[in-house]
Design a protein around this ligand. Structure first.
Ligand code: ADP
Ligand code: ZN
Ligand code: ZN
Length: 743
């Protein structure tokens, strides 16, 4: 048998993943060893027997094989958590076409050991009587420092070391002397850095009949060892979080662990708080705003079992739990679940894979499920669970659509319709609160008519053109180009222009119009500091302001009992971004934001201002009718051949040289068109990417559609090779993204 070699990483928790060590694979294990296997190897000068993980197997030794050591044996133990996570990394690298190293870095996030934090304490080692005698002795001898320390210890029993040295100003030598005389002792206690200060409380909620029905269904299946993926479709305010909590409670009873994914930590502060309140110190969080030390401690505690529930965005998915029972994805439709760096994985897909590996259940929850997930539920791939009542039968808010074209006709050129203006005044008088939501998703770059609402769209793609300088309009799907017209093609008015409205403008306008109101603004600019989200949200919650102005940030799961009016400005903005998911985004955003009104006893009102009152996304959001929307949207997707009826691979070329990258993108698209079977693949483009220039790098994109995901992976291999073997692409970078989300 030919000699084979394994590249191995060691001590996974603190491993520099760029560094691997090569070992000879003994013949005896050649048939059993695979990538991801846990093995024992002799390591270092002393040939210490340590554990490592195989990340590559090859016939080509890096150095003279006579200088390589051999693997001792495959680990006999059952599959450990690292091995499982490495298997997951392998799956990710295949599924999303990334290198194994970048997948490993995603999955094994702790690559550096961080020093433990310790608390040091000082206490008496002798009895109080004896200490009192010593104190007199020291005083007589004028040992001032020693006397001072004893005095404090007699009063307090235990003192923090920090306090002794900083406040009492007692030197290390003095402490050591007293220790040597065995009068005092120091103890150290390992402490974990705690990222949040929420406390457990013992408030108990009794689930409603609807909640109970869902909880029971999932638990019964678990008991029958039927682990499934559930789609929990529950309207806003229907009590989904309470269901998650109950399911996790049940999983913990079986000594298993749970992961709860949330879209973004700062915006879901209240959800995190609720988990802490119920489970106390068993809860951990992992997110990007933690310090390295905090992150490390959370990871270690999860590994040693002190933390049993991990809450956080995407990366919490890789919590080192070895007996995972459930993964919950809250607001599963959110685009933040798709990674925007390589590997560009979708947390929903990875969660389902990880659950399958650990025999765990998955619960995807949303008031407005993604079209893909609902489609999967309809096909029977997911088990659909529904709640269509709010807690305590609180009514859904009354949503009114306001046609801004009519406002213009009646001479109102301000940003507030008459009705919204009046409603704000009313709430201010009643001391009730108001949210003004500005839809800025896919901000601004489409062109529309303010007189008739007409939007300039590409004939080939049914998505809006994007406005570029010099009145150029480009379709970012197919690359089609045209010139922006001076008058509206539909009504000939001259009110045709790029659409845009900003939070600051709105704040200034509201300040002027309602000078006695207190206004808070939440957007990218006001939330750069670490705790700024929490401050704004808490301030508003405590009714320190009357009006909260914000972008999508205010749309998510907040619960403000005193908010009775939500005003939506520019509901259309997200409709016409050049993205086939624009309708879905708009529907879901409007439904979510409407759900912010009337959460408590007081009824809520929602006023939606739009230039496209007839669009179905807006119509169904008004009725809060998810199924109606789904039926119409899924028909559109099927007609256009968009996901879930196809898969899309985005191929991004990035270069410093604009001309070159444009030419290359055409060359590459032509090459691909020549080699693929047009029955299996649809090559679209090239065109400038949605953001066509970042940091002086120019970006061109080619979309390739196929019914079969695997066909796209196969094509990627071909493109990779072609790209490497053609010197014209030397200075250009290529990136792949599967079923991209443009957020
Ligand atoms: P969702 O996540 O579906 O929007 P939440 O879980 O936030 O809904 O619940 C809405 C509100 O109802 C919250 O204030 C929550 O505390 C409360 N709630 C949930 N379940 C119950 C229950 N069984 N009894 C009383 N109040 C509940
Ligand atoms: Zn087009
Ligand atoms: Zn017009």
């Amino acid at each position: 048998m030919a000699q084979r070699f394994a590249d191995i990483i060691v001590d996974v928790l603190h491993q520099d993943l760029n560094k691997t060590f090569q070992y000879i694979i003994p013949e005896s294990i050649q048939d059993d060893i695979k990538i991801g296997s846990s093995v024992h190897i002799p390591f270092g000068k002393g040939n210490k027997n340590i554990r490592g993980f195989v990340i590559n197997i090859t016939n080509e030794p890096q150095i003279d094989p006579s200088k390589l050591k051999a693997i001792i044996q495959l680990s006999q133990k059952e599959v450990g958590i690292e091995e499982q996570l490495i298997q997951l990394a392998i799956w990710i690298s295949k599924k999303y076409g990334s290198t194994l190293i970048s997948a490993l870095k995603t999955v094994l996030p702790i690559q550096q050991k961080v020093k433990h934090q310790n608390n040091k304490y000082i206490n008496l080692r002798v009895s109080k009587e004896e200490a009192s005698k010593k104190l007199i002795e020291y005083k007589n001898k004028k040992y001032v420092a020693m006397a001072r320390l004893l005095e404090h210890l007699l009063e307090n029993d235990v003192l923090e070391h920090k306090f002794v040295s900083n406040q009492l100003k007692i030197s290390r030598q003095t402490i050591e002397r007293l220790e040597q005389q065995e009068i005092i002792q120091t103890t150290t206690e390992k402490i974990y850095r705690k990222p949040h200060k929420f406390e457990k409380n013992n408030r108990l909620t009794v689930p409603t009949t609807q909640q109970n029905h869902i909880i029971d269904t999932v638990i019964e299946n678990m008991q029958k060892n039927m682990q499934k993926t559930y789609l929990l479709h529950g309207i806003t305010g229907s009590g989904k979080t309470e269901i998650y909590i109950r399911l996790i409670e049940n999983v913990l009873k079986d000594h298993k662990q749970g992961i709860v994914l949330i879209p973004e930590i700062s915006l879901t502060h209240q959800t995190v708080k609720r988990f802490y309140e119920r489970f106390g110190s068993k809860v951990g969080v992992i997110h990007s705003r933690l310090s390295q030390g905090e992150r490390y401690d959370q990871y270690i505690q999860a590994k040693n079992g002190e933390i049993q529930i991990m809450v956080g965005p995407r990366s919490a998915l890789f919590a080192p739990f070895n007996n995972l029972g459930i993964i919950i994805i809250d607001e599963e439709h959110e685009s933040t679940y798709k990674s925007d760096t390589t590997p560009k994985y979708h947390a929903r897909e990875v969660a389902i894979k990880r659950a399958e590996m650990s025999k765990a259940s998955v619960v995807l929850g949303s008031a407005t499920p993604s079209i893909e997930s609902y489609y999967n539920a309809m096909k029977g791939h997911y088990h659909l669970l529904e709640i269509n009542e709010r807690i305590e039968n609180r009514p859904l808010p009354q949503v009114t659509i306001i046609d801004m074209r009519e406002e213009l006709e009646q001479g109102n050129k301000t940003m507030l319709s008459e009705q919204l203006h009046r409603s704000i005044e009313e709430r201010l008088q009643k001391k009730e609160q108001i949210i003004i939501f500005i839809n800025r998703r896919g901000y601004s770059r489409f062109v529309s008519c303010r007189q008739c609402g007409f939007v300039l769209k590409c004939n080939h793609c049914d998505v809006a053109y994007t406005y570029h300088n010099n009145h150029k309009l480009i379709c970012h799907y197919c690359g089609d180009e045209t010139v922006s017209p001076k008058v509206c093609p539909s009504c000939q008015s001259k009110y045709i222009k790029q659409f845009g409205i900003g939070t600051q403008q709105v704040e200034a306008y509201l300040n002027k119009t309602f000078p006695n109101s207190k206004i808070l603004r939440m957007d990218m600019d006001t939330t750069t500091k670490k705790n700024s989200y929490e401050k704004i949200l808490t301030g508003f919650y405590n009714q320190e302001a009357d009006i909260l102005i914000g972008t999508q940030m205010v749309a998510k799961g907040h619960d403000f009992p005193n908010v009775t009016l939500v005003g939506v400005l520019a509901a259309d903005l997200s409709l016409y971004m050049n993205d086939f998911r624009a309708n879905e985004r708009t529907f879901s955003l409007l439904t979510q934001v409407a759900g912010r009104a009337g959460r408590a006893e007081k009824a809520g009102e929602v006023l939606v201002q739009t230039y496209s009152p007839d669009h179905y996304s807006i119509g169904y959001a008004q009725k809060q009718d998810y199924k109606g929307f789904y039926n119409e949207e899924i028909a559109f997707r099927e007609l256009m051949g968009y996901p879930p009826f196809s898969n899309i691979m985005a191929l991004l070329l990035v270069s410093k040289d604009e001309k070159e990258v444009i030419k290359q993108s055409y060359d590459l698209a032509n090459t691909i068109k020549k080699v693929v079977d047009a029955n299996d693949y649809d090559v679209i483009g090239p065109s400038p990417a949605f953001i066509s220039k970042i940091n002086n790098l120019y970006r061109q994109v080619i979309y390739i559609k196929s019914k079969e995901y695997n066909y796209l992976l196969r094509l990627k291999k071909y493109i990779d090779t072609h790209f490497k073997n053609n010197s014209q692409y030397n200075n250009t970078n290529i990136q792949f993204d599967y079923n991209p989300l443009f957020s």
